[in-house]
Write a protein that binds this ligand. Structure first.
Ligand code: PLP
Length: 383
């Protein structure tokens, strides 16, 4: 309990905001599979629901929980992170400017390029670590949306949310933050000035590598927000009720999963930070990381569960390590309870700008000593 009796976010998550069904006393919210909702004798809707593509009662507890976690006015879940990103990008009118990081989650960057090209929007990719680069690239009056990601995938650079918000707002633009790898437990982007927050819920929020989904949350439910929700209805980018329920189920353990992943990641980063087969380890929790000081100021609960290692040699050596790992699973994605390791350049494809010797690691909640021993044996043939 914090002061004034308000439960902390750990308690709110574990109890789904102290959910108790008024009709039955059930402490777990139900799944509503109905795709349509009946009207009463006066032909008025009984609740606020009309049709399953518009909205579902199964979404309510999970959207409310995410909004509480983010300190947001509202949250809106989508069929995937990409669908949520598309809804945000679609709100930018033709002739305007979008600014986004030169290195960012590749799927959203590709989507941004396509939407911008077809709709006559100027998209400017800049070095998001450098606020001066944003200041230089932004065109006041024309800029409409600044999209940042922190930590930056897969180099885990720390982006200054408050600084980006100041520059965006001065130019008349809004700031949206892809905070997928820094759940609100450690970074509440809205507290730092963001107007909208994005997560691929496929990652930490669900946390079990078994549901694809995305979410947007807003500082205030303004006209642009209404448009984002309207896009979900219009294109039908909706999450199935069962998936929404699973997401809520996954979120109940977010705090313990996140804390364990962050502490495991710290141990692994420290252990391998001076290893004969490794050129460097990038993890914002290490003092050697260029964003460490900013991370300490901006992230209030550990440095997350993502790190990358640069294996000595090139792509063949890095891939050899990936195939020799036994406890780390060689697969893409992140934020699940199981540790994953991937050769990012292969996953991103021929246009990837990621270093060929980089292995991206998503640390799970296993015993950290098992993970360290496994990576040691996988690296044993190198250098
Ligand atoms: C996975 C991911 C996305 C895309 O989300 P999907 O759920 O795969 O559509 C966007 N941003 C980041 C940082 C991600 O890791």
């Amino acid at each position: 309990m914090s002061d004034n009796d308000k439960p902390t976010i750990d308690t709110i998550l574990a109890q789904v905001s102290h959910f108790i069904d008024p009709g039955t006393g059930a402490i777990v919210p139900p799944i509503h599979t109905s795709t349509t909702f009946a009207r009463n004798e006066s032909y008025e809707t009984i609740g606020k629901y009309i049709y399953g593509r518009n909205d579902s009662p199964t979404y309510d507890p999970v959207e409310k929980l995410i909004a509480e976690l983010e300190g947001a006015a509202e949250a809106c879940i989508f069929a995937s992170g990409q669908a949520a990103g598309a809804a945000a990008f679609e709100t930018v009118p033709p002739g305007k400017q979008i600014l986004a990081p030169a290195v960012m989650y590749h799927g959203l960057q590709e989507l941004l390029r396509r939407i911008a090209e077809r709709r006559g929007i100027e998209v400017t990719f800049y070095d998001a670590k450098d606020l001066a680069a944003l200041e230089k690239a932004i065109v006041p009056g024309k800029a409409d949306l600044v999209w940042i990601e922190t930590l930056l995938n897969p180099t885990w650079d720390v982006i200054d949310v408050a600084g980006s918000a100041r520059i965006a707002h001065k130019a008349g633009a809004v700031l949206a933050v892809d905070a997928t790898v820094t759940p609100a437990l450690t970074l509440r982007a809205i507290d730092h000035g963001a107007d909208y927050v994005f997560h691929s819920t496929t990652k930490y929020l669900n946390g079990h590598s078994d549901v694809t989904g995305g979410v947007l949350a807003c500082r205030k439910a303004d006209a642009r927000w209404e448009e984002m929700k309207q896009i979900r209805r219009m294109i039908g980018g909706i999450m199935g009720p069962f998936e929404a329920w699973l997401l809520l189920r996954g979120m109940r353990t977010l705090a313990v999963r996140y804390d364990k992943a962050a502490s495991n990641a710290m141990k692994i980063a420290r252990h391998f930070s001076s290893h004969r087969a490794i050129e460097k380890v990038v993890y914002p929790g290490l003092e050697s990381h260029p964003g460490h000081e900013l991370a300490k100021r901006q992230m209030k609960r550990g440095f997350g569960g993502m790190l990358s290692i640069y294996v000595k040699g090139g792509a063949p050596e890095a891939k050899l390590v990936a195939t020799k790992a036994r406890k780390f699973i060689a697969a893409t994605s992140l934020g699940g309870v199981e540790s994953l390791l991937e050769h990012r350049a292969t996953v991103e494809g021929p246009h990837s700008s990621v270093a060929k010797n980089l292995l991206r690691i998503s640390v799970g909640i296993e015993d950290p000593d098992d993970l360290i021993a496994d990576l040691e044996q996988a690296l044993s043939g190198i250098a």
